[in-house]
Design a protein around this ligand. Sequence first.
Ligand code: BTN
Length: 233
Amino acid sequence: MIIKSKIYYLDAVESTNDYLRSIVGEVPEGTVVVSDRQTMGKGRFGRTWFSPEGGLWMSSLLVSTQPQLMNLIGTVAICETMNSYDILLGIKWPNDIMLNGKKIGGVLVDPVDGKVILGLGLNLNIRDFPDDIELTSTSIYIELKKKFDKMMIFDLLCKEIDDLYGLYKLDRTQEILVKWRHYTVMLGRNVRIENAGRVITGRAIDISGDGGLVITFPDGKIERILDGSCSFQ
Ligand code: BTN
């Protein structure tokens, strides 16, 4: 197993992604940082990520120049992990993990020198959220009234990342895409994507081999969008 070649267990840290970035030149591929809480957890687009005790906050170091594909691995790994407890989570492209229409987890990839820091957050045993995100965020505990052993989920999640990363290394990305299609809530939905100042609206029909969302337009044209902020229409 490559993932967990080295593990840092922390009580508190600003951000597991930033911590891993600060030691990236000194640690092997597969290094994992996990922390009980983050004091400045990061989301996409410079947003903060609510990271109290009770959630699972971790980052792992992968060797790849394809951050979007690593992002895909992260989202599928979270879904596969909870699926082993018969909990079906959904992937909202590119990086949101959803349950009952609310966000329950997320993935943040930080590329650095041909490597990728893959940050995963899962709202596991969190009992309540601040007012500003209460309507859009949830946790496994809130939805299912079930508490999970965080370290057990952590171990499983590392195993899932390892399996998917193994497929990627063997050029078996298609098998990762099959799993993504199983978990996604995107396909057939009308979407609006904002990407670098451009707004794209169309229907999501598939995922591409590099982790892009494939969109079809009313005139029949098809385009692959590699990144962006996505909402349903
Ligand atoms: C998002 O949905 O915007 C991405 C959220 C990613 C949160 C995780 S928690 C562990 C890792 N460290 C961070 O600071 N962020 C990611």
